[in-house]
Design a protein around this ligand. Structure first.
Ligand code: ADP
Length: 431
């Protein structure tokens, strides 16, 4: 097939021309015939030279679009070149598309990916890795990672080439977990994951368990101490009945404190794990009235109470909002010395509704304000314990308010008093 096309395309026309020249030279003198043959050969040579020139020109920019058409044998050669180039271009386009998709995928990964050679020269990285290590692919491609990163622990890790053994470290105000993966013969992939938030949550959980154990241990120690004493018949026989009753009361108080503590912890854990708020129509004026009576009972006549309540209902979880009001009012009572004033206000504003609880109590220094809603955070531990505080009240308030899209603001001056303001959004109001 190839030979037929070669004959048809090149050899045959040349042969016909040669026969014509040979026949012509039969009728003319020898030198004229020779001249004709030489002229024919020169013409053929120049044709080939011209096609070679086109070929050389094409090689400088070899795309399928500008393959020369060619004459004679060159037609076939250029046609084959065209077909080969078309095939290559198709493969190149597929490869470019695949590479583009791969890089796009890498760009959307939540983790940083750095591709480097075994001598740590940066070949490619995704934008997350650029953020993690603060280098720029455009500027730093080809540079050694060992010179680009500043953390000695990371430099040592890359040098040691500990493949598939993740390492945690602090890097530029982030906590990162990095893993080196060997890739092909000469390449290495470095994967970096931002674990700042996970580490923070882990630390919080550890703190919480430590604090909770500590809080529970104190009353338990008191109770078990008394029980141990009560097991000794001689000691009990020598203890007056009034003293025994006093000890019983103390144990009871400690057990009560543990019950409150456990119920606060359960409430917090429920608030964190349940996403949905069971919305109902809350009759706020009625709820506030009930809460005010409970606060007055807690105050035992030691404080003056004032209330200013509008007739507006709220959409939300009854139990959760109830616990917000209980916590704010009981704090006001517990941290306000006798003779102080406690004011409760429920009003409507342009943004929504505002619940505010003010007292003329001990007040809070500004440095404590941002930390008040942390679990077990207390300005004065003894004062909190003495008034049966668990240190979880405001943490519960914060979580309930987040679930109701509400905001808590605290204004306070030491020795003058505090105001806790809760701003509910318009969408939660029922008139
Ligand atoms: P606690 O059970 O200790 O009262 P909370 O979470 O309710 O825990 O409050 C955290 C801390 O905030 C309290 O220990 C107290 O120091 C401070 N605090 C809360 N409310 C008031 C208030 N009305 N006046 C002064 N200090 C307050």
């Amino acid at each position: 097939m190839k030979q037929v096309s070669f004959l048809r395309a090149a050899a045959l026309p040349s042969l016909i021309w040669l026969v014509i020249v040979a026949v012509l030279s039969w009728f003319v003198p020898v030198w004229v015939g020779l001249a004709l043959v030489i002229a024919f050969l020169v013409w053929q040579l120049s044709n080939h030279y011209r096609e070679l020139h086109h070929f050389a020109l094409w090689l400088t920019h070899p795309t399928s679009k500008n393959v020369p058409s060619g004459h004679g044998v060159w037609t076939d050669i250029f046609a084959k070149l065209y077909a080969m180039r078309r095939m290559d271009e198709k493969h190149e386009a597929q490869l470019a598309e695949w590479l583009e998709r791969f890089q796009n995928t890498m760009r959307h990964l939540p983790d940083g990916v750095v591709l480097m050679d075994k001598s740590s020269h940066l070949e490619w990285c995704n934008p997350v890795a650029e953020q993690h290590f603060e280098f720029s692919l455009a500027r730093d491609r080809g540079h050694r990672m060992l010179n680009l990163v500043r953390e000695p622990k990371l430099i040592e890790y890359i040098r040691a080439a500990q493949y598939d053994a993740p390492m945690k470290m602090s890097y530029l105000s982030r906590q990162l977990e990095v893993t080196l993966i060997e890739f092909e013969e000469e390449s290495v992939i470095l994967v970096s994951r931002d674990i700042t938030e996970t580490e923070r949550v882990d630390a919080m959980r550890r703190d919480f368990i430590a604090n909770a154990s500590h809080e529970l241990r104190t009353p338990l120690t008191v109770i078990s101490g008394f029980l141990e004493y009560a097991q000794d018949p001689d000691a009990m026989a020598n203890t007056p009945v009034e003293e025994q009753q006093r000890q019983m009361k103390l144990m009871h108080r400690q057990a009560e404190h543990m019950t409150i503590l456990v119920s606060d912890m359960l409430m917090l854990s429920r608030l964190e794990s349940e996403m949905r708020v069971e919305d109902v129509d809350i009759d706020m004026p009625r709820l506030l009235e009930q809460q005010l009576i409970a606060a007055q009972a807690l105050s035992n006549g030691q404080h003056e109470f004032m209330a200013d309540v509008v007739q507006v209902k709220l959409r939300g979880s009854h139990q959760e909002i109830d616990s917000v009001i209980t916590n704010l009012l009981s704090n006001a009572v517990r941290y306000t010395p006798a003779g102080g004033v406690i004011s409760l206000k429920w009003s409507v504003t342009q943004e929504g509704a505002v619940l505010s609880v003010s007292d003329t109590g001990v007040g809070i220094a500004p440095e404590h304000l941002p930390r008040l809603t942390e679990r077990f955070y207390r300005v004065n531990k003894d004062q909190s314990r003495a008034s049966k505080g668990t240190g979880l009240g405001l943490a519960i308030v914060k979580h309930v308010l987040i679930r109701h899209q509400a905001e808590l603001k605290i204004h306070s001056n030491v020795g003058e008093g505090s105001t806790f303001i809760v701003q509910f959004p318009k969408e939660r109001l029922l008139k």
